[in-house]
Write a protein that binds this ligand. Structure first.
Ligand code: ADP
Length: 489
């Protein structure tokens, strides 16, 4: 980990002493066991794997690798806890969830630092976005716990049972909050698995859950990779699967669940259109483009990864974007000045690099900012492609990195047809001065969320989810409760 005395070496020999967020308050154990039935227990087969800091390639900690027998143990613990938790007075259930929210707030600095260490995202984002939003989700759903019959008037509401939840590496704590909070508020118990490259904030959350005094087995947190996830999906004692991750794994899960009685929600990939009309406030739109694609290194399923600019302003917008890209700081995620942190893993960096090659091979013109990048760790300079068309792979496929494909349009209809020419439908953005255009556009872009004159804004009250290959079901808001309840007439 970089300390103020450390010099950070860059690829061109330049050295720099970062001023990182202090990590004195951060407590990370050398080894993490599984959190099952309210205790930290060793994995049955005694296997552990490394979790590394993608900015330094150093091992931060070792984490248990859960096998089928551990998944079984976790599901049994959740089943055992279910009758007590689901029949508990709803207001009491709410109190536990409020307690989790408050402890998260109290320890927010520690959570933010660990999220940045383990996942590579800039501390400014984990501090100002991930952790506060995670707490906000627990607060929001805590409030619903004793008001469910008002959420669905005239319906008889019942929890589903045990929820198996599998989350990705791009927003580890936030995705855990998105999934655990509504499940608990509705009276379900939980078995959750973080992604293999970012398990640490979930294990910290296990400590918070233990400190909040939740009855044993109400939340079980197990670590492992795809096989562990598959064991959760296939376990007969699970009543609902909530998955966020790639469309390819989502397909495998949907196939595995077909014909079973299990409920499911899948939040998958995206390739959002960010559409800039000539009448937009151009400087704000450029900030929106930057936020849309470079936030969290572009590891965002709803990232604005396809830019459509109206032809009359295209040159101006692209020049301003290039100028702005040159000011972005890529580097130490713990440095408060950093705009773009480390790519989450070596594997993801290889994927992104393969797309940079594909984009150029297909005839796209690539521009990258000329910023320095550290010698060690996984980095990608902010990148844009111009001269690409609808059929190019960098336009059609999700890259999940700081790579933007830019096209132009002349008319409103052309913008809509290009925006909707994608297998995905998770999000979209529109920049214009005209309210009427916003209303028309939000009806026409086939996506779960459409932002107007902003991008990547999240709120627990707002449902989130996709059309087409971006998934099934909604999380957040009232819809997020629906996904964890049986609603009877
Ligand atoms: P990405 O491709 O972005 O790395 P994945 O979809 O592979 O994302 O991973 C998202 C989550 O799904 C992770 O927690 C991962 O361990 C888990 N996972 C991967 N493969 C499977 C599978 N076959 N069944 C269930 N979960 C899986």
């Amino acid at each position: 980990m970089a300390t103020p005395e450390n010099k950070l070496a860059f690829d061109d020999g330049w050295q720099y002493s970062p001023a990182p967020e202090s990590t004195d308050h951060v407590r990370i154990k050398k080894k993490y066991d599984l959190f099952i039935g309210g205790d930290f227990v060793k994995p049955e087969k005694g296997r552990y794997f490394d979790t590394i800091n993608p900015a330094t390639e150093e091992v931060i900690s070792r984490v248990a690798l859960a096998a089928d027998a551990d998944v079984d143990k976790a599901v049994k613990a959740a089943r055992k806890a279910y009758p007590g938790w689901s029949r508990m007075k709803a207001a009491e259930r709410g109190k536990y969830i409020y307690r989790i929210a408050r402890i998260l707030q109290e320890r927010s600095r520690e959570f933010a630092a660990i999220e940045s260490l383990d996942g590579g995202k800039p501390i400014r984002e984990s501090r100002d976005v991930d952790v506060p939003l995670a707490a906000a989700h627990f607060f929001y759903y805590a409030g619903w716990a004793d008001k469910l019959e008002y959420a669905f008037p005239g319906r008889n509401v019942k929890p589903l049972g045990v929820a198996g939840q599998i989350i990705p590496w791009n927003f580890p704590l936030l995705m855990a909050a998105w999934k655990i909070a509504p499940a608990l508020a509705c009276g379900n118990t939980v078995v959750i698995k973080p992604a293999e490259t970012t398990p640490l904030t979930a294990m910290k959350l296990a400590e918070v859950i233990a400190d909040a005094g939740l009855p044993p087995g109400v939340v079980n947190i197990i670590t492992g990779a795809g096989e562990t996830g598959a064991a959760i999906v296939n376990h007969p004692g699970v009543d609902k699967i909530a998955f966020t991750g790639s469309t390819s794994v989502g397909r495998i899960i949907q196939k595995a669940l077909a014909g079973t009685r299990k409920h499911y929600t899948l939040e998958l990939g995206g390739k959002a259109a960010n559409i800039i009309f000539a009448d937009a406030a151009i400087d704000q739109a450029v900030e929106g483009i930057v936020n849309g694609i470079f936030f969290n290194q572009g590891h965002v399923c709803c990232a604005g990864s396809r830019l459509f600019v109206q032809e009359s302003v295209a040159d101006r917008v692209i020049q301003k974007l290039k100028d702005r890209m040159e000011t972005l700081i890529v580097g130490d995620p713990l440095d408060k000045n950093t705009d773009i942190g480390a790519i989450n893993s070596q594997e993801q960096l290889a994927t992104i690099r393969s797309y940079l090659k594909v984009g150029q091979d297909e005839g796209g013109e690539m521009f990258q900012s000329s910023c320095r990048i550290p010698k060690k760790g996984y980095w990608c300079r902010p990148t844009i492609f111009t001269g690409v068309s609808q059929s190019n792979r960098v336009v059609q496929e999700e890259i999940f990195g700081p790579v933007l494909a830019i096209q132009t349009f002349r008319t409103y209809n052309e913008a809509i047809s290009k925006a909707n020419n994608t297998p995905y439908g998770l999000s979209g953005g529109i920049w214009t001065d005209k309210g009427s255009k916003i209303f028309k556009m939000t009806q026409s872009v086939r996506a779960g969320v459409v932002w107007a004159n902003t991008f990547n804004k999240f709120d627990p009250t707002s449902p989130f989810g996709g059309y087409k290959e971006s998934g099934v079901g909604r999380e957040g808001g009232l819809h997020g409760l629906d996904a964890y309840l049986k609603l009877e007439a």
